[in-house]
Design a protein around this ligand. Structure first.
Ligand code: 13P
Ligand code: SF4
Length: 310
């Protein structure tokens, strides 16, 4: 057992470094509890752009910390584990994406923030799950659109906006794991429960959902709803905030395909631990470094997202 009180040490280091800790809802509960701000991808980017701290400690995955660095180049951005990736970003390599783009020169490219800086640099507008619909609706009706890299979010947006979009065929390993048959069984056991889902889930599951939204959208929905029970089809980490805000309500994690695995936990998000958070602050490493030319190219579509989602 470690003799270090990570929480105490992290608070000391935060003062010493003039650091801010930003955490995504999928982080372990103890990390969410010591963070200065917990949010979804859009909210976290906005915080990263607005903070006056010298150091941003990003308790999330690589593309999130990279976006923070793109927006705040003069700040040091630390990520507790550099291996904290994302299956969506990994499933969309920049060289293949460049070829895809070249095959469709008359299309505008809207790319989900879950992508590498190289892919962002090839894109026209970045979006998050909470800003995508608004951004698409602002484009002229006759504008041809490529949406990448999440095909499930893409299909959902096609339905919502009525726009025909060409989709990159990527997916999230966590949101594709939910088992609809088991969810239907759960619904039978909890007839009053509402099924709420992240739009990265498959179309067939989304068609059963009572509400679909980004992580912060789901949190807001359960807080405002008069219902008392919810089956939650997204990464289980979000349930920590739901239980904190609504202690009188019941949150049931949607079951994965394989009952013996914890596939409804994001293996990348869960690479970050309190120990790694403490160590990255102590060592001021691992740090996110981005080539300046690439940063400036990736910044343009991120700024468009900020303007269009504002
Ligand atoms: P949100 O923007 O909804 O927080 O989504 C981030 C993510 O990675 C979902 O898997
Ligand atoms: Fe990526 Fe899925 Fe993990 Fe979100 S939950 S970070 S989309 S792998």
């Amino acid at each position: 057992m470690s003799l270090i009180n990570f929480e105490e040490e992290i608070f000391k280091l935060k003062k010493e470094l003039n650091a801010v800790i930003l955490a995504h809802y999928y982080q372990f509960s103890e990390i969410q509890d010591i963070a200065d701000f917990v949010g979804d991808s859009l909210e976290l980017s906005k915080k990263a752009a607005a903070t006056d701290a010298d150091v941003i400690v990003f308790a999330g995955v690589h593309f999130m910390a990279e976006t923070a660095k793109i927006l705040s180049p003069n700040k040091q951005v630390l990520l507790p584990d550099l291996e904290a990736g994302c299956s969506l970003a990994e499933g969309c390599p920049a060289d293949a994406f460049k070829l895809f783009k070249e095959q469709h020169p008359d299309h505008i490219i809207i790319t989900y923030i879950n992508s590498t800086a190289e892919v962002k640099a090839l894109s026209d507008i970045i979006c998050t799950s909470s800003s995508a619909e608004k951004i698409i609706n602002r484009l002229p009706q006759n504008q041809k659109i490529i949406f990448a890299p999440d095909r499930n979010l893409g299909k959902y947006l096609i339905k919502k906006t009525g726009r025909d979009m060409l989709l990159w065929q990527g997916s999230c390993i966590v949101h594709e794991t939910f088992n609809e048959r088991k969810i239907i069984e759960l619904k039978a056991q909890h007839p009053a429960a509402k099924l709420i889902a992240h739009p990265e889930c498959e179309e067939s599951l989304l068609s059963e959902a009572d509400f679909i939204g980004s992580t912060s959208g789901l949190l807001k929905y359960v807080c405002q709803s008069s219902d008392k029970e919810f089956i939650v089809a997204t990464e289980v980490g979000i349930i920590h905030q739901m239980e904190k805000y609504c202690p009188d309500k019941l949150f049931i994690p949607a079951p994965p395909n394989d009952a013996s695995c914890s596939c409804n936990e994001c293996p990348y998000m869960k690479l970050n631990t309190m120990e790694k958070l403490y160590l990255c602050m102590k060592n001021r490493s691992p740090e996110i470094i981005i080539d300046e030319k690439l940063r400036l190219q990736a910044l343009v579509p991120i700024q468009r997202m900020m303007e269009m989602s504002g």
